[in-house]
Design a protein around this ligand. Structure first.
Ligand code: ZN
Length: 361
């Protein structure tokens, strides 16, 4: 049994990771961590998914991702939508509607849009459902432009069930069964309604769309909507389903290899080793049959998929759906964006952005 983190043997893009803070406990910023992760694992490119609305990092989250694209030009990034207030009103202030924001992100050189708005916590904070007219205009435009959306909708079903939810989940603030959150079924209803209305939307639902126990739902979606995919970011619970239904999932991953993307959901300031640990588990699950320490402290062997399926999942789908190469950053557009949204930033963040611009722009 091999518990090391060998380098990957394919061209691999980590399609989904985050920056949640400026610095780690040693006072180092995200740049060194990402560089080290890529180098140690032999990964070709990262896709940073900004979270401007989920964790209080506001507009700086978008800017940090854009700056890393300047530092490492192999990097992709998905920007997030900004809110002038919570809850969201009936409409956004002039010049800040989501279509304008989409166009601003594209002009800066983002490669897509990250949405956390379907996670129960942010959904509650926003206070409007995903069918709100402002979102609807945004989805219509994204569909028209073919913009890729990395979309977190829902969470594991047990997070609504007080008898099944773990203490750790409760401590994260992710117990949703107290009646103040949208239900699991309601969030799916909204996501399905978006697809019904915008059937060509190029969307990747994070965390296997929380469908590892009902993969037949994904089959239905894949057959109906040509541009829908899911990613393999853990959610450990989904891997437990994968391990327990190995033959089924080997066939599923092979048949739908064009609809599955690799990602870790790693998040700075976690340590580089934890990025590597996650990549190792996800990558080796699809690419080989080594017996390795897997999620939930089990030892499991991977699916050892056919080579073309592996290539689709670890890189090809991302390149086809998002772009063969990352977009270049338009520095003027980035500075204009920073100036426009400064009123949503703290003094400290404005200063940190100025320092980054000074160094990397
Ligand atoms: Zn994520």
């Amino acid at each position: 049994m091999n518990n090391e983190f060998p380098k990957v043997k394919h061209k691999v893009i980590d399609g989904h990771l985050h920056i949640e803070a400026w610095t780690n406990s040693n006072g180092e910023n995200f740049i060194g961590c990402f560089d080290e992760y890529k180098r140690n694992m032999g990964i070709s490119a990262l896709n940073l998914a900004a979270l401007p609305s989920g964790y209080g990092a506001d507009v700086t989250s978008n800017i940090m991702c854009a700056v890393y694209k300047l530092v490492d030009e192999t990097t992709y990034a998905h920007g997030g939508l900004l809110y002038d207030q919570y809850p969201l009103g009936e409409s956004l202030p002039e010049g800040m509607d989501f279509v304008t924001q989409l166009n601003e992100l594209m002009e800066i050189g983002f490669d897509g849009v990250k949405m956390l708005e379907g996670k129960p916590t942010l959904n509650k904070k926003v206070g409007k459902n995903l069918l709100h007219k402002e979102y609807d205009k945004f989805f219509a435009e994204a569909e028209k432009q073919g913009t890729h959306i990395l979309f977190h909708v829902n969470d594991p079903k047990e997070f609504w069930d007080k008898d099944k939810v773990s203490q750790d989940t409760i401590d994260h603030g992710w117990f949703y069964g107290d009646g103040t959150f949208a239900t699991h079924e309601e969030l799916y209803r909204q996501a399905y309604a978006i697809l019904e209305k915008h059937p060509k939307l190029c969307v990747t639902f994070a965390h296997f769309f929380f469908k590892s126990e009902t993969p037949e739902d994904l089959v239905e979606l894949f057959e109906k909507y040509p541009n829908v995919a899911v990613d393999l970011t853990p959610g450990w619970e989904m891997y437990i389903s994968f391990y327990e239904n190995k033959e089924y999932y080997k066939n599923f991953f092979t048949k739908y290899s064009k609809r599955i993307e690799l990602g870790t959901d790693s998040s700075f300031p976690s340590k580089t080793e934890s990025f590597m640990w996650l990549m190792d588990r996800v990558y080796r699950y699809v690419s080989c049959d080594d017996v390795v320490k897997a999620f939930d402290d089990r030892y499991e062997s991977g699916l050892n998929l056919p080579q073309n399926a592996i290539e689709d999942i670890v890189c090809g789908n991302f390149e086809r759906r998002v772009g063969k190469a990352p977009k270049k950053i338009n520095k003027d557009a980035l500075v204009a964006y920073h100036n426009k949204y400064k009123h949503l930033m703290t003094e400290g963040d404005i200063q940190r952005v100025d320092e980054l611009f000074e160094k990397y722009l």
